[in-house]
Design a protein around this ligand. Structure first.
Ligand SMILES: Nc1ncnc2c1ncn2[C@@H]1O[C@H](COP(=O)(O)OP(=O)(O)O)[C@@H](O)[C@H]1O
Ligand SMILES: [Mg+2]
Length: 239
């Protein structure tokens, strides 16, 4: 498998407080990788740094053969790395359809309506609500819209930050099944998720983080149910 994303020795700080202390990880083309760890471990910080949303102190990020360490968020999206942020963020005053069209701006300046039918096939509830403002959707529907907005951009790598956040289990299962199907079609997935068992059931490979460091890396099916996982989430915090 060819490497799509490669992060080498990434350090990230907020002001003087470093919260990511030299992280390295890779995601292969079409690979489904999950990044796990307790709240506050630094997962979202890594994702934001990869997407260019916050500065990196040091380290390097390569994506699809390019060095994107200092690239702008817009150029990173254009290169095919798309992140769905935590907390189902969509544009509330805009309709469902306009939110989806925004997702196509990465590849087409005026928005590309030809991409809509495939997304509506995947998420029929979005087709039914296409003319409603996003503010009228439930939390679960907004999260589906946020994920759909990421998918319609046709990324090489789709990053999902806690898609389950406060939603019903059925919504999460659907989102993870869609992510799994995308990865079978060659789209790489990097998933951060608190529903650890679900994440491990869908992913190929996993990284486990604690306080700014990767403490374990391996096959998802091997980590599921292991002592390492147990101590990372329930133990003293040493792991
Ligand atoms: N904007 C911020 N300013 C200062 N500290 C932050 C900010 N965002 C996150 N942090 C801190 O950085 C650490 C990692 O946070 P985060 O990356 O959000 O963790 P996770 O996503 O794993 O829950 C935490 O200690 C958190 O309090
Ligand atoms: Mg987070």
């Amino acid at each position: 498998m060819n490497t799509l994303l490669e992060i080498a020795d990434l350090h990230v700080a907020y002001g003087k407080a470093e919260v990511v202390h030299g992280t390295s990880l890779t995601v292969g083309e079409g690979e489904f990788v999950t990044l796990l760890g307790r709240n506050g471990a630094g997962k979202s910080t890594i994702l934001h740094a990869i997407s260019g949303l916050i500065p990196k102190q040091s380290g390097a990020v390569r994506f699809a053969g390019q060095d994107i360490t200092g690239a702008t968020p817009r150029d990173i999206v254009r290169a095919g790395l798309v992140q769905v942020l935590e907390g189902h963020r969509v544009f509330h005053p805009l309709t469902v359809e306009d939110n989806l069209l925004i997702g196509t701006y990465a590849k087409s300046k005026r928005g590309d309506r030809s991409k809509l039918p495939a997304i509506y096939d995947l998420f029929p509830e979005m087709a039914e609500r296409r003319h409603q403002p996003a503010s009228r959707l439930s939390g679960g529907q907004q999260q589906i819209l946020a994920v759909a907005q990421g998918i319609i951009a046709e990324p090489k790598l789709l990053i999902l930050d806690e898609p389950s956040g406060g939603l019903a289990p059925l919504v999460i299962d659907r989102i993870l099944d869609v992510a799994r199907a995308l990865s079978r079609d060659g789209v790489a997935i990097l998933l951060v998720e608190q529903l650890v068992e679900k994440a491990l059931a869908h992913a190929d490979r996993c990284y486990l983080m604690a306080t700014g460091r990767i403490v374990h890396e391996g096959l998802a099916k091997e980590l599921a149910g292991s002592d390492i996982l147990h101590s990372a989430y329930l133990g003293s915090g040493a792991v």
